[in-house]
Design a protein around this ligand. Structure first.
Ligand SMILES: Nc1ncnc2c1ncn2[C@@H]1O[C@H](COP(=O)(O)OP(=O)(O)OP(=O)(O)O)[C@@H](O)[C@H]1O
Length: 479
């Protein structure tokens, strides 16, 4: 297997890799680094935790060392926490260069950021919204001469999810030079490939890991069938079991809304589990503090919305629990990818209610792997059921007293006004969209039911209707 030096990297960079414990390039690094050094655009699609960040950071640093100027490279990424993580990789690997970087994300002071931008850092790492704000309002810096544009989690930046980056991206793409190298990376590029190819037109090099399964081998993927009403008791039981069986442990729990995230965090804390929350209703400083406490193992449980589902690299995470079954397989892939990174072992447990079976089928179809059942002692869950429900209700009442929903609504309206949209018109549009989606969902469910009936009369699928009593499955220790 070739080493870093054989990929065309200079000796100082090879030494930096060695010092960081990166002995041999991972396949995505092996594939992409030479192409980037040749000056080609690059689309890199590789599994979670496979080293995509260094696959673009290393060649960019090499080119920067040959012709240093600022602003040389712009990296766009969907979340603020990820921007800091990428900046850290640039800083550590680029230390001998005296690299100057600048992080431009929302929730932080704009004036300080404008000042930093005017000092011509070599690398700018930004979330699209805040960078576009700076471009619209300031003339103290220019990205007209950048040599590299990187879109990390490129498919997320281009899709129109709950945070829509497209208008901000238009502003940014209008401000960068046409003659540049564009590098696009993600674990899930295929859905947006056509849009991505439109961005990378300079002899584009496409690298994709050839593997039958889209998630990593070291990841033990389970589902746990739970009735909707007793979900939280199952969650507490899972955490308790994990805490009892392991000394050194870390869990990330994903929820579908900020409110659930907040309530569950309060509930777990009340039950004496060392938990911190991470969601978009928190102030940026609180978000960073929560993540820092989790990373340093002061708190063992991070409960988060999908703001934490992409890119975060926390090697100590042994288990990911999906409190809700993700509606999109792509989200599942990123969430469970927070564990079993860089060759380590990990486990993902998805709580599946009676309403989510079709979502599990869609996930299994996409990842090309069946999830195994995770069994628990139902009697143990029943034993804690009342206590958990009472504590949850107490937390709900406490949260309601803080006007959480109203604050969320106000935040949303503020954001829409900042984006130049009319909040009332948007609300109307969303209601109509929800109606169409519901109609589509009903139709899909009908098709699904018909297909299942047909299947059942032919070859049964064999999934048990509900969780079977049994013993705890032993969770993995860190590899
Ligand atoms: N060549 C290497 N050898 C060993 N470890 C490596 C190597 N390259 C990167 N790593 C480590 O692997 C971990 C995961 O890398 P990285 O965060 O870049 O993954 P990723 O592919 O971007 O994942 P995701 O899709 O989740 O964003 C990091 O801790 C990184 O330091």
């Amino acid at each position: 297997m070739p080493c870093f030096a054989e990929l065309g990297l200079s000796s100082w960079l090879v030494e930096q890799c060695r010092q960081l414990g990166l002995k041999q390039p991972t396949p995505v690094q092996l594939g992409c680094i030479p192409a980037i050094l040749e000056g080609r655009d690059c689309l890199g699609c590789a599994k979670t935790g496979s080293g995509k960040t260094a696959a673009f950071v290393l060649p960019i640093l090499q080119k920067l060392s040959e012709d240093p100027y600022g602003i040389f490279c712009l990296v766009l990424t969907p979340t603020r926490e990820l921007a800091y993580q990428i900046a850290e990789q640039f800083r550590v690997l680029g230390k001998p260069l005296g690299l100057k970087d600048c992080i431009i994300v929302g929730g932080m002071d704009m004036v300080t950021q404008a000042l930093e931008l005017s000092r011509k850092p070599h690398v700018v790492i930004a979330t699209p919204g805040r960078l576009a704000d700076h471009l619209r309002s300031s003339s103290t810096f220019s990205i007209k001469k950048i040599r590299f544009l990187v879109l990390d989690e490129a498919d997320r930046l281009l899709e129109q999810g709950c945070t829509d980056f497209t208008t901000d991206l238009e502003v940014i793409l209008g401000a960068v030079p046409a003659r540049r190298q564009t590098l696009l990376f993600s674990a899930t590029l295929t859905d947006t490939l056509r849009e991505l190819q439109g961005l990378a037109t300079n002899q584009p090099f496409f690298w994709e890991a050839q593997a039958p399964v889209r998630t990593v081998e070291q990841l033990d993927q389970r589902y746990l069938l739970v009735p909707e009403k007793v979900k939280d008791a199952y969650l507490v039981h899972l955490i308790q079991g994990f805490q009892d069986e392991h000394e050194d442990w870390s869990i990330i729990i994903f929820t579908n809304t900020c409110k659930t995230c907040q309530i569950l965090c309060m509930m777990l804390r009340k039950l004496s589990f060392p938990t911190v929350a991470l969601h978009s209703m928190m102030k940026q400083k609180e978000r960073f503090a929560a993540l820092a406490k989790f990373k340093s193992s002061i708190y063992r449980i991070l409960i988060a919305t999908d703001v934490a589902s992409r890119g975060l690299d926390i090697p100590t995470v042994q288990v990911v629990i999906n409190h809700n079954t993700p509606g999109l397989p792509k989200i599942y892939i990123h969430r469970v990818g927070r564990t079993a990174r860089a060759g380590r072992q990990g486990m993902a447990i998805t709580l599946v209610t009676q309403y989510d079976i079709h979502l599990v089928h869609a996930i299994e179809e996409q990842i090309k792997k069946k999830l195994d059942e995770f069994s628990v002692e139902e009697a143990e869950v029943l034993r804690i059921l009342t206590q958990v429900n009472v504590v949850r209700r107490e937390c709900e009442i406490k949260l309601e007293a803080t006007n959480f929903d109203e604050r969320k609504e106000i935040n949303k309206r503020k954001q829409l006004i900042l984006e130049g949209k009319d909040p009332d018109l948007e609300a109307k549009r969303k209601t109509e969209l929800a109606k169409i989606r519901q109609k589509n969902r009903r139709f899909k469910e009908k098709v699904e039911q018909t297909l299942q009936r047909q299947k059942a009369s032919g070859r049964p699928r064999g999934r048990p209707p509900r969780a079977q009593p049994g013993s705890h499955t032993v969770l993995p220790s860190q590899g």
